[in-house]
Design a protein around this ligand. Structure first.
Ligand code: GLU
Length: 374
């Protein structure tokens, strides 16, 4: 259902939401006030919050970071965390809804669509979704690990205009601001080459599971899909409201193009990717610059095991994923036609699902600078 209202996702990190002794009710009251103001402006808001594990730690006598410990602590802390939101937003007349999501649920298209319908249903009913990872059932291999990754996914799911990552660090700096007095805030990350940003983010780790590197990774994913990103200090007064009024705070990264369609946002996500197809530079050029499908002739190698219809990453000779799409051949059969002209597919396999290994209509390119089909 098309929705013309502006939508934003706000992500609050553990260090904002909790103190060493429990939940930070001053912070939660403050963002409830700010979000109430932003909603008055006609903007729909979804919140992503961390803090369940940290809140649990102040209640249950457990230490360490083992998976089962985190599961127990999240199970203990999630209810008080949610109660805090329900109370503070309730004071502003806003109904909140808990949305616990796990990577496993969202890795398949059907789960993704299911979550999208639920979130859109909440927004349409004027209810504020408050999302967190479902840490109680998350496994080591299949967890977001930090809510930066989850927040991009929520932004993709609801087709947000902006993702606002609030943390205790005011944005991305040229060095670690806690140790380097010369570290400067980068206001417009779009003006800095990506490799430099990655290097700087590596230096300026915030600690916890969501350091600056993971925020930057999340930001790159979002801007590729056409979602603006701001990384800002959650303790800055009225930060959410001021950003919505157009003030420049923290580090901003502008969308690389108009927002992609819901289906393209799903295709571009690394979440559902099952395997990789390595291609030569000619095939990369044909896909990226000429708007072509991927044919077997340009493939040099298959990585991983996948079925026909799975989402795969197209990888260049430097092992960088430059596109993602739905594959027409499973990995076993594809291995038999690697490097061959499409005219030999039938003779080799004794069947054919068509000339294309990944059809153009089922593919998105990460680089949007010379986009052919939006
Ligand atoms: N889901 C975790 C929690 O609520 C937080 C993960 C993170 O550090 O972002 O405690």
């Amino acid at each position: 259902m098309p929705d013309s209202s502006r939508r934003i996702v706000i992500k609050c990190g553990t260090r904002l939401v909790t103190t060493p002794t429990g939940l930070n009710d001053v912070f939660v009251s403050d963002i409830a006030q700010q979000i109430a103001e932003v909603r008055e402006m006609g903007t729909q808001v979804a919140l992503v919050t961390s803090g369940a594990v940290a809140a649990g730690r102040t209640i249950a006598p457990m230490s360490g970071d083992a998976l089962v410990t985190r599961q127990v602590l999240a199970a203990v802390g999630q209810a008080p965390l949610m109660t805090q939101y329900a109370e503070k937003f309730g004071n502003k007349g806003i109904v909140v809804a808990q949305a616990l999501l796990s990577r496993a649920d969202l890795a398949h298209r059907s789960g993704y669509l299911n979550a999208r319908n639920a979130l859109n249903g909440l927004l349409d009913a004027d209810i504020l979704p408050v999302a967190n990872e479902n840490d109680v059932v998350a496994t080591e291999e299949l967890r977001f690990g930090d809510n930066d990754a989850l927040s991009v996914l929520i932004a993709k799911l609801i087709g947000a205009d902006r993702l606002c990552i609030l943390s205790s660090v005011g944005g991305l700096y040229t060095g670690d601001p806690t140790t380097d007095p010369h570290a400067e805030l980068i206001r417009d990350a779009g003006k800095v080459p990506r490799e430099n940003l990655e290097r700087m983010a590596g230096d300026a780790s915030e600690g916890g599971s969501g350091g600056m590197r993971s925020k930057l990774q999340a930001a790159f994913e979002a801007v590729t899909d056409g979602i603006d990103v701001v990384i800002a200090d959650g303790n800055e007064s009225d930060v959410i409201v001021r950003l919505e009024h157009g003030e420049s705070l923290g580090t901003s990264l502008s969308a690389l193009g108009p927002i992609r369609s819901s289906r393209a946002r799903w295709l571009s996500s690394s979440l559902g990717q099952r395997g990789e197809i390595v291609v030569d530079s000619g095939a990369q050029r044909a896909v990226v610059h000429d708007g072509r499908s991927l044919l077997p002739a340009g493939i040099t190698k298959i990585q991983g095991v996948f079925e026909r219809g799975d989402l795969v990453g197209l990888v260049n000779p430097h092992q960088e994923v430059f596109a993602r799409g739905l594959v027409n051949y499973d990995s076993e059969n594809l291995a038999k036609i690697v490097g061959r002209p499409s005219s030999e597919i039938f003779a080799t396999l004794r069947f054919s699902y068509g000339d294309e290994v990944v059809h153009r209509n089922n593919l998105v390119v990460m680089d949007r600078s010379d986009e052919k089909n939006g």
